[in-house]
Design a protein around this ligand. Structure first.
Ligand code: ADP
Ligand code: ZN
Length: 739
């Protein structure tokens, strides 16, 4: 009998996506990263041990070269990786990679410290007896008087080596040189004064009920308006969790992982927090993982990847702004972080709390009819919800105002500036200039069978539905009123900045967009400027819609509010309303009260009624009817297959072939599930590849499993006959990004 390790290669290719057996070395452990010889040349490849077994006749197996690092993935996490692979149809190695940093062998970091056993008097004596010319030695002795010295940091600061002097002093028994392991942790410069909060009555009731839910392993949706104190409730729950010696994970969307949010948690939990987001280095991630394993970090806050922190004593997962699309991964495995969190909580018996002022229709539905308990916070503590006004920019356009900002908005901005308050201007940049609107009647061309707007395509001069493939010829003259012409819409933050500079007096503008936040801390610095009131107007795109809490902001202006409405996506209404309510929530946080001006050229749209009333649940009850009528989620699972190739026809043909094959096998099983499409993606060409997609709306879970199995079968066993060389096929379960 020999010890044999089954391993999965950390390699992209689907052809090697299975377990291989190797003779184990004595150090080999389940979940460890190893190097194995692979292929004819026995080149060493990175792999992860997924199973350890005893096996006879194993002599012929190749032997593991060595274990790469001391970090291992736990058996439960291996289970989770398998679940992710099956649910999202990824490869095993892609699923496993979620748990490891990209780089494998990361150097541990050491720094040199100086300590002394001499008393202060003895040090003073030593200083007095030292040669006045040995300045470096004198400096070190002086510093030692105040305590231990981080020599590495000192050398970096002074830009010179002091090691020789330190060694000399060590020889004279004045100090001891020590090498210590240090941990790279993300730096934090944003400062926030600490508040001492006692939960109000409602918050207490909600926290108590959620506490019970957690103990009973029941999931909670915390539906609370912006500024109602959801974060304060989270903090209370985390405190309880840590008191019980359990670990907690807080997920926030990447863009609301603002310095403000981090500072708020740091103020309370200090060094026990680890921070995981896309900008931390591999070294920082590794060191934080080590701190977790040694028990020094028991709370992580981060974007969706924080789920994969090596916690084995998990007590609580909180998902803030749970409506956000950022929780869905766009790369394989195309996982949904909330589903993965549900799975994790099941495995570890932990509690799950998801929270938002604008939960998705699916989430709200689950809380009303399904597996989640609904808890509500409907009031702001020490503030009131802002009042909202809709300004019809189409009317303004007819009256000859070609500025982006309406007269009303300019006046309101000037008033706030004069009163030394602050203003946030939010520009909705979702969408593309491919959307067309009539400049006379404001008509947008819609698909006859999908209730989704058509998109203009220059190639062939056509209007196309990106859901069902319907197409019609494009005429510049509006087909509704036959008077006006279709116009492209496109706005920019810079143009707004210019308008304000010329129209508003004493404007001091901070602009937050992709251009101004390139540098490493520029985002933090710009926000700090606004926080310190060195600026009175903040202009930004999606980046500023979340996680910001500024007391002096009394006016929020939303531009282009309806742009998302013309998006070919069944969630476009939900997303538009959600965005308006989220951005409005930045106003009136302090005791000043607040006002929101929403500019749109589609002011008749019903969602603006819900927006004015801040009535998200009212919207839910209306929208859910439509979802049911069209069989969209939560009444079905959407499955998308996408084909990409350098020639558009090749991608289209492959899509049709896959569609036919899936249909063939489904019919054999007497299942009647038809694909919608294929149709070209909204952005059809990306990186020189043309993309076509098709959808399946599937009502019950068994059919989802069956259809996935069939697709998997076609894409592996039947690949040679169905998918030509050069075509990339991807499958997505409930995709969020329809473009
Ligand atoms: P949400 O997460 O729901 O948007 P926050 O937790 O950010 O709301 O709360 C909004 C503001 O109100 C914060 O500045 C917060 O500190 C403050 N706040 C919330 N609850 C209380 C309370 N009970 N006492 C004092 N201040 C509170
Ligand atoms: Zn259509």
């Amino acid at each position: 009998m020999a010890k044999v390790a089954k391993v999965v290669l950390r390699h992209k290719s689907k052809y090697v996506d299975r377990e291989y057996s190797y003779l184990a070395t004595p150090e080999t452990k389940l979940g460890a990263q190893v190097l194995v010889p692979f292929g004819k040349g026995n080149r060493p490849y990175e792999a992860v041990v997924t199973e350890m077994i005893e096996q006879e006749d194993a002599e012929d197996l190749k032997k593991i070269v060595r274990v790469v690092s001391d970090f291992t993935i736990s058996p439960k996490k291996l289970e989770l990786a398998k679940w992710i692979r099956d649910r999202y149809m990824s490869s095993f190695s892609e699923a496993i990679n979620l748990f490891f940093s990209k780089a494998q062998e990361i150097q541990k970091l050491h720094e040199t410290y100086l300590v002394t056993e001499l008393s202060s008097e003895e040090l003073e004596q030593k200083i007095a007896s030292e040669n006045k010319n040995s300045r470096n030695k004198l400096m070190l002795l002086q510093l030692l008087l105040e305590g231990e010295v981080n020599l590495s940091a000192l050398q970096r600061e002074l830009g010179k080596s002091l090691l020789q002097s330190a060694r000399a002093l060590e020889k004279e028994n004045a100090l001891i040189i020590e090498e210590r392991r240090v941990h790279r942790v993300p730096m934090q410069t944003y400062q926030l004064e600490q508040k001492n909060i006692t939960l109000n009555h409602n918050q207490q009731l909600v926290a108590k009920q959620i506490g019970k839910n957690i103990a009973a392993a029941k999931q909670t949706l915390l539906y609370g308006i912006t500024g109602s104190g959801k974060t304060e409730v989270y903090i209370e729950l985390i405190k309880k969790c840590l008191e019980n010696k359990k670990q907690a994970i807080v997920l926030v969307p990447e863009i609301s992982l603002t310095p403000q949010t981090i500072a708020r948690f740091k103020n309370i939990f200090g060094d026990r927090i680890g921070i995981f987001h896309s900008k931390i280095s591999d070294g920082e991630r590794k060191d934080q993982n080590d701190l977790i394993l040694s028990g020094k970090i028991d709370l992580v806050i981060g974007a969706r990847s924080a789920l994969f922190a090596p916690f084995e004593n998990l007590g609580l997962i909180i998902i803030d702004e749970c409506h956000d699309d950022a929780y869905k991964s766009e790369q394989s495995p195309k996982y949904d972080a909330i589903e993965v969190a549900e799975q994790l909580c099941k495995m570890y018996g932990a509690g799950l709390v998801i929270g938002s002022a604008t939960p998705t229709i699916e989430q709200y539905y689950q809380a009303v009819y399904g597996d989640y308990d609904l808890q509500t916070l409907s009031q702001r503590e020490g503030g009131i919800l802002p009042t909202m006004e809709i300004v019809d920019t189409f009317e303004e356009m007819k009256m000859g105002n070609l500025q982006l900002l309406s007269k009303k908005a300019i006046q309101a901005i000037q008033k706030e500036v004069d009163e030394e308050k602050q203003v946030i201007i939010f520009l909705n940049k979702r969408g593309f200039a491919t959307t067309l609107t009539c400049d006379f009647c404001n008509h947008t061309a819609m698909c006859p069978s999908c209730d989704i707007s058509l998109t203009y395509h220059q190639v062939g001069n056509k209007l196309l539905c990106h859901y069902c493939g319907h197409q019609e010829e494009y005429h510049k003259k509006c087909k509704n009123c036959a008077v006006g012409h279709y116009q492209h819409i496109g706005y920019g933050t810079q143009r707004i900045e210019q308008e304000i500079s010329s129209l508003v007096q004493n404007a001091n503008i901070v602009r937050l967009d992709k251009d101004t936040t390139q540098g490493k801390d520029s985002h933090e610095k710009l926000l700090q400027r606004f926080k310190n009131q060195e600026s009175n107007i903040l202009i930004g795109t999606q980046m500023i819609s979340k996680g910001l809490d500024f007391e002096k902001v009394s006016l929020v202006v939303v531009l282009n509010a309806d742009q998302g409405l013309r998006f070919p996506d069944y969630r476009s209404k939900e997303k538009t309303l959600s965005q308006i309510l989220q951005v409005s929530g930045r106003a009136g946080r302090g005791s000043l009260g607040g006002k929101v001006i929403v500019q749109t050229n589609d002011s008749g749209n019903k969602i603006f009624e819900y927006a004015i009333k801040q009535d998200y649940s009212g919207f839910f009850w209306e929208e859910i009817k439509e979802r049911k009528a069209f069989l969209y989620p939560p009444f079905s699972t959407l499955l998308r297959i996408q084909c990409a190739a350098e020639q558009s026809e090749l991608a289209a043909e492959t899509a049709v072939r896959i569609k036919d094959a899936v249909e063939y096998y489904l019919t054999k099983r007497e299942r009647n599930i038809t694909a919608i499409g294929p149709a070209p993606n909204l952005i059809q060409r990306i990186e020189n590849k043309y993309r076509w997609q098709m959808f399946y709306k599937i009502e019950n879970d068994e059919d989802v499993v069956l259809t996935k199995k069939i697709i998997q079968y076609i894409l592996t066993e039947k690949r040679a006959v169905v998918v030509p060389q050069g075509v990339f096929v991807s499958v997505d379960i409930n995709p969020k990004n329809m473009i």
